[in-house]
Design a protein. Structure first.
Length: 364
């Protein structure tokens, strides 16, 4: 039997298989309150055969928005909307975590009353952000002060409490892919000279303050976090000689928390880290010996590559993205060695049921 199809434990959870559904932004929350919809409940329920579903990035506060039609988890209405999702997933014996997200400077002025997104430092990432009308350029963000940072920490704690109230089995902190926490971690986006900048300890401070705050509402063995240390020349960030030591510091310190898992992203292609002297070609292999918590690996993997990583003890579970979009019965297809549906990128963010609920399902 494929190891992908065997049970495993991540923190407090016993997964029936090791095929995780990665967090996938789909831009289907097309209502004024950013409330999860009945259509979303059907979408997640279709994919409840995953060992664990990690929800799409879910915004912790209005300030955290960066994209259109992404769901939130700060209001009672949003909690009720998410409860319909978790009930639908649990009815099919699935497990689901909520990914908690703040976009930081990867945002647009239209989402902020002040006209400025927020970030550790006032440095424009010089990126183009998705909108239904086409890509729009980022602006120079507002540098957060201490009081505003404390407010963000509180927002994450409230979001974690709301996630549990909504019926999620745990939460994942989105500390990856160039968003707020990643912006604090990286020297090119954090030039602060206070207790949130400079040293490894200082640049990681907000992340661990959030972990401590979340611990008021749920045990740490129901909390995971995501890192993408080799994000390079993307979202305004680069890999430099400090990247690996910084991320090593984060992982070693996170070991003390007894977390459910560490979710690591591999480079999507050799081009991503080409001509980058301090890059890691295999992120999981490097961090496996450092992390005492289970590892979920992610990054353009197919069934065979995911299975090989498990067999080589580089991870405990494998997260798939586009494969889950196009194959709601992915676990069954892996088990039967069936051909996979191809995902249609034109429908990833367009809204509606097309490319969302209508992919063929062979095995149910």
């Amino acid at each position: 039997m494929l190891k992908l199809l065997t049970p495993c434990r991540l923190g407090a959870l016993e997964l029936r298989n090791r095929v995780v559904m990665a967090p996938l932004t789909r831009c289907r929350t097309d209502n004024a309150g950013f409330v999860p919809t009945e259509m979303m409940a059907r979408y997640y329920a279709q994919r409840a055969g995953a060992g664990l579903i990690i929800s799409e990035g879910t915004i912790v506060s209005p300030q955290g928005r960066g994209y259109p039609f992404t769901p939130g988890i700060w209001s009672a209405e949003q909690v009720e909307g998410w409860r319909k999702v978790t009930v639908a997933v649990h009815a099919k014996n699935g497990l689901i975590f909520c990914q908690l997200w703040h976009c930081g400077r990867l945002s647009l002025p239209e989402y902020h009353p002040s006209g400025k997104p927020v970030a550790p430092s006032a440095i424009n990432p010089d990126w183009k952000m998705y909108t239904p009308a086409g890509a729009m350029p980022t602006v120079t963000p507002h540098a957060l002060n201490r009081e505003e940072i404390a407010g963000i920490v509180a927002d994450f704690a409230i979001a974690a409490r709301n996630a549990i109230d909504a019926g999620f089995d745990g939460v994942e902190i989105h500390s990856s892919n160039g968003y707020l926490f990643h912006q604090f971690f990286s020297r090119c986006s954090n030039t602060r000279d206070d207790e949130y900048g400079g040293s490894h300890e200082n640049r990681a401070r907000i992340f661990f303050e959030v972990l401590d705050a979340i611990g008021q509402y749920l045990p740490m063995n129901r909390v995971g976090f995501r890192l993408n240390p080799m994000l390079n020349r993307f979202h305004g960030l680069v890999v430099d000689e400090d990247t690996v030591p910084m991320w090593e510091y984060i992982v070693r310190r996170a070991n003390d928390y007894g977390l459910a898992y560490l979710h690591l992203t591999e480079p999507l292609s050799p081009k991503q880290i080409a001509n980058t002297p301090h890059a890691l070609a295999d992120v999981g292999a490097h961090f496996r010996s450092l992390a005492t918590m289970p590892i979920i690996t992610n990054g353009a993997l197919d069934r065979e590559k995911g299975e090989a990583r498990l067999q080589n003890d580089l991870c405990d579970a494998v997260a798939y993205g586009q494969a889950w979009i196009a194959n709601p019965d992915l676990v069954e297809r892996f088990s039967a060695s069936q051909e996979l549906n191809a995902a249609d990128p034109t429908t990833f963010y367009q809204g509606g049921e097309q490319g969302y609920l209508d992919y063929p399902i062979k095995n149910r």
